[in-house]
Write a protein that binds this ligand. Structure first.
Ligand SMILES: O=C(O)CCC(=O)C(=O)O
Ligand SMILES: [Fe+2]
Length: 302
């Protein structure tokens, strides 16, 4: 099945019809008025070609650090078909207290080239926690953390679900991405002990029930479109051409019950580091899950 495509959405419809029921959606007019040129390969190369970037494999393992220019020369404009092992730039704004090649400066420079679509909630985001005085449209603030995704044809993000039951939105500037989505209840078919099946090459000795799994939605994200991957949904994304996108993750207050149960179930998940980072100054650095929950319950009473 393909994903429902909508336009002229308002925030209430977005929250009630998609976020709350966890229903994937593609919004075809989400990038109206954005300066798309700035996000084309030539535009990015001109402005940021000499910046160092993190280059990953098809899950989230860091392979190397090199310049954006180097990556584009190696991976863009290649004709090869079935070009299987194409690495991927996932360039995030700061989400942990470590020195890294974060994208904050890049997003600062690009902030006037795009804007927050009016249907996307801004004040009611829980994670990243938005301190008073630092709330604002997503293109102008550090909240939520954002990623600029740059990938040559054939690059892939293998099946995964996003951290701590967060929702993700993905905006496509350039190229096309083929997406397969599996609903959260298929966890037992597509996961085994924290590992995700490779849907294109499943190891049936590890994922013995994978033949019961069913891709609920399959679609291609086109330039100018945004997709919502609701929290808990598994998604696999294959770049069927060279591609440039931005993405960010958030927990909205309607997703708090799901967030609480997820972090109670996986208190030692490595991604809890991001939650703690974005609650810094509100909770102690080593706060346990119960402290996180009680802080959020007092900030967002039911
Ligand atoms: O675009 C991709 O390669 C993956 C996107 C994704 O997983 C996300 O936005 O959560
Ligand atoms: Fe994701």
């Amino acid at each position: 099945m393909t994903i429902q495509r909508v336009q002229n959405l308002n925030e209430e419809q977005f929250v009630n019809d998609f976020l709350l029921p966890k229903k994937p959606v593609i919004v075809t007019d989400a990038m109206k008025g954005w300066d798309l040129e700035k996000f084309q390969p030539a535009g990015l190369r001109e402005q940021f070609g000499n910046y160092e970037v993190q280059i990953y494999d098809d899950l989230f393992d860091l392979q190397t650090i090199d310049t954006l220019e180097y990556y584009l020369d190696e991976n863009f404009g290649k004709k090869a078909e079935g070009h299987d092992k194409v690495n991927y730039i996932r360039w995030y704004t700061k989400l942990k207290d470590v020195d890294f090649y974060w994208a904050d400066e890049v997003f600062d420079i690009l902030r006037s080239s795009w804007s927050q679509p009016s249907f996307l909630p801004c004040d009611s985001l829980v994670i990243p926690f938005q301190p008073e005085g630092q709330k604002g449209p997503i293109n102008t603030t550090r909240y939520p953390y954002k990623g600029l995704f740059i990938s040559g044809k054939g690059a892939r993000t293998r099946l995964h679900r996003d951290p701590f039951n967060s929702n993700a939105v993905l905006f496509q500037f350039y190229g096309q991405k083929k997406m397969c989505l599996y609903e959260p209840s298929q966890e037992t078919y597509v996961m085994n002990g924290g590992e995700f099946v490779d849907i294109e090459n499943p190891d049936l000795s590890k994922f013995s029930d994978f033949n019961k799994a069913k891709c609920n939605y399959e679609d291609v994200l086109m330039p100018g479109e945004m997709v919502l991957f609701p929290g808990g949904w598994f998604h696999d994304v294959r770049c069927i051409s060279d591609s440039i996108s931005i993405t960010w993750n958030f927990v909205h207050k309607v997703g708090l019950p799901g967030f609480y149960s997820f972090i109670e179930k996986y208190p030692n998940d490595s991604q809890m580091e991001i939650v703690r980072y974005f609650l810094k100054n509100k909770i102690s650095a080593d706060a346990d899950v119960q402290e996180i929950i009680s802080f959020l319950k007092s900030s967002f009473p039911e």
